[in-house]
Design a protein around this ligand. Structure first.
Ligand code: ATP
Ligand code: MG
Length: 658
């Protein structure tokens, strides 16, 4: 194998037909194909129609699209004016949705529920926008936000959008150092934090991290503190810190707040990537294109309808929460559910209990959650009424076909459509995904590019590869939701996304396309393993391991090998009741050999009770690679690691093996 292609060994061939639904936005594969062709042939016409249909404009655009990937520069709908908060709130007050639930908040304790109608959410947002204005925040000023999954988080975001201040949300699980770096990078003047996070029955301090971080953030002048964990005592810094509830009770913040008139291409927010592959990038998105795109994908990919309850389980600290808890669903005037807790507390049926309680229709989660719940056993999915579920979704990593099957059978009752949505912080919204009532489903395939997305798989010379040949996944034309830059770092913007293949957006992921045109994500390009000249992606080998009944999760990396160049080192997490033994190790190697071929057979297998993951739940193979190579002196940027303790355990486990 030459040409830097990635070789596919997968033999997955199951196919499931989607249900029919006459009211679906896209109702058949033929319809999808027709729309897709049109969207590529007349890209500007397609997006102009969508932007017109989905958003309310103060002034229509002059140009639909101006772009040059060599600069790089991308402008959608320039000359247009609008306000994102107006589109997510105000317009719904006049179109019959005033008293409808915009946001349902389920706290960690079952009895803690808050429901905000569109009118209520609007009023809260106006009040907090006035608080920000009183603190001197003007259009263009950045506001950093470090809050748990509480309604104030959504209120703060929309208040920023209302007055044109880009927000930069930092996931509340991050450390003081990670927070400090992100605050300094975005240059915020006002910071919003909570006292503590309620997590699995405990209170995890948040305010002390803010105080620690702010010691080295000279730009931050004022801090607004939400009493996010009642009972937790936080220290307030005189002259700098104020309480959210006290500011919101002041007389002069009542009485409404006008929406700032924003240009289409003004920045809306900055958000850092997960850091799976290195130092996180401060991706920024703008107003009109991003909102058009998130509303559009919510409508077509989730088939989100007016009376649906939409539940995306991601944290708002990630792009998934930005796009599919807040901006997309609210732009459409739907009801979005927000959950403060975790899937396994108090028991591993918490999600299904919530689905039943609120009659959830659209449910969107991540493979890491599905694998974790699968590991707990099927008994937890029984005895809950999931009959209101209509569309299931997954995002974040390639979903192993066995995990997909579990989701399909246990949660989808072997009949619901599952949309496997491939996208990135950079893409703003879904870019490759099936459509729930149009696309036949193949477990583990991200399926087909969405309308308007000119995706391709190329070799290192930029030439498109043939069917079932793996290569670099790229997108050749702009789409409205794509990033407009790396905050304050045009060089990095160009170098990361547009330098590898000039004129093309490079995703950093490897993929193959099968003979039906389906995309299968094979893993990160950086993680490709070269065994005797065969370049293998990580996803297929890991999925073969997960297909064994004893395994719940697996990660593979390359390690140096005298003869083969590299050999495969596998880290395997077993299901709860399985015993680690040499016999099982041998059995698993034989299993992989049989499932996908001898080339993929792991040379070394380490049983690992836990894998290093980013805070967003993605496996960090770059750290596993270092451990496998025995080079643990410099593990690279570990600031986004969820549980550093896991790494030490793995290093010790490695020492016992080698
Ligand atoms: P960094 O860019 O800092 O390394 P990251 O890439 O993990 O971090 P995100 O933007 O949160 O940060 O994640 C996007 C990546 O997640 C994609 O590039 C892809 O590797 C993976 N991913 C997301 N959804 C899917 C999916 N449905 N199937 C396969 N992979 C997915
Ligand atoms: Mg990335």
């Amino acid at each position: 194998m030459t040409d830097e292609k990635i070789e596919s060994l997968s033999k997955e061939s199951r196919l499931f037909l989607p249900p029919t639904n006459p009211t679906a936005a896209v109702g058949s594969q033929e319809e999808y194909e027709r729309i897709y062709r049109r969207s590529i042939d007349d890209m500007e016409g397609f997006w102009a129609e969508r932007a017109d249909e989905l958003l309310s404009w103060e002034k229509k655009w002059d140009n639909v699209l101006e772009w040059d990937f060599d600069v790089p520069e991308i402008k959608w709908f320039s000359g247009g004016k609008l306000n994102v908060a107006y589109n997510c709130l105000d317009r719904h007050l006049e179109n019959g949705r005033r008293n409808k639930a915009a946001l349902i908040w389920q706290g960690e304790q079952d009895q803690d529920v808050k429901v905000y109608t569109y009118q209520m959410l609007h009023d809260e947002v106006c009040r907090f926008a006035n608080v920000l204005k009183k603190k001197g925040i003007k259009k263009g000023d950045r506001v950093s936000i470090y809050l748990p999954m509480i309604p104030e988080l959504a209120v703060a975001m929309l208040a920023c959008a209302r007055i044109g201040a880009p927000h930069s949300i930092v996931f509340a699980g991050f450390s003081a150092n990670a927070l400090r770096d992100r605050i300094n990078d975005c240059g915020s003047k006002v910071h919003i934090t909570g006292t503590a996070v309620n997590r699995a029955g405990r209170q995890i301090p948040l305010k002390p991290n803010t105080d620690e971080a702010l010691k080295e953030c000279p730009g931050v002048e004022q801090v607004v503190v939400v009493d996010s964990a009642p009972g937790y005592q936080a220290d307030m810094v005189e002259g700098r810190d104020v309480w959210w509830h006290e500011e919101m009770a002041e007389d002069d913040v009542h009485g409404g707040c006008p929406c700032e008139s924003m240009e289409s291409e003004d920045p809306l927010f900055i958000l850092y990537t997960s850091g799976s592959t290195g130092k996180p990038k401060g991706v920024f998105h703008t107003q009109a294109g991003y909102l058009t795109y998130t509303a559009h994908t919510c409508q077509w990919v989730f088939d989100l309808k007016d009376d649906d309850v939409h539940w995306c389980t991601a944290d708002i600290g990630w792009v998934t929460g930005h796009s599919y808890i807040v901006y997309g669903p609210l732009a459409l005037g739907a009801t979005s559910l927000m959950f403060e807790g975790v899937p396994t507390y108090p028991n591993p049926d918490r999600y299904w209990q919530i689905c039943q309680k609120f009659k959830v229709n659209i449910f969107y989660t991540a493979p890491t959650v599905i694998r974790a719940l699968m590991r707990e056993g099927d008994q937890w999915t029984q005895n809950h009424d999931l009959s209101n579920l209509r569309v299931l979704g997954t995002v974040g990593e390639p979903i192993n076909p066995e995990a997909w099957m579990w989701y399909y059978k246990q949660i989808g009752n072997s009949k619901l459509p599952i949309v496997d949505t491939w996208w990135q912080t950079e893409t703003g919204g879904h870019v490759i995904s099936g459509l729930p009532y149009a696309t036949p489903m193949k477990p583990g395939a991200a399926s087909t590019p969405l309308p308007g997305i000119d995706a391709a798989i190329i070799d290192k010379d930029g030439k498109e590869v043939g069917p079932d040949e793996g290569g670099f996944l790229v997108i050749r034309k702009p789409w409205p939701g794509m990033l407009r830059g790396v905050w304050g770092n045009q060089e990095r913007f160009k170098a990361t996304y547009f330098a590898g293949f000039p004129g093309t957006y490079e995703s950093g992921d490897g993929a193959r396309r099968d003979e039906d045109g389906y995309f299968w994500i094979m893993g990160r390009v950086d993680d490709v393993i070269n065994v005797s000249g065969h370049r293998l992606g990580t996803a297929e080998i890991e999925s073969a391991l997960v297909a064994h009944p004893a395994v719940s999760e697996a990660a593979v990396v390359g390690m140096p090998h005298e003869v083969k160049g590299q050999s495969i080192y596998a880290y395997v997490t077993l299901k709860g009741d399985e015993d680690e033994s040499d016999e099982l190790r041998k059995e698993l190697v034989t299993h992989v050999r049989k499932e996908i071929g001898p080339l993929a057979a792991p040379e070394i297998m380490q049983f690992a009770p836990g894998l290093p993951k980013t805070r967003s739940g993605k496996i960090m193979r770059r750290i596993l690679r270092k451990i496998a190579e025995g080079d643990t002196s410099n593990l690279g940027d570990t600031s986004t690691l969820a549980d550093p303790g896991v790494v030490q355990d793995l290093i010790e486990g490695n020492a016992d093996l080698t």
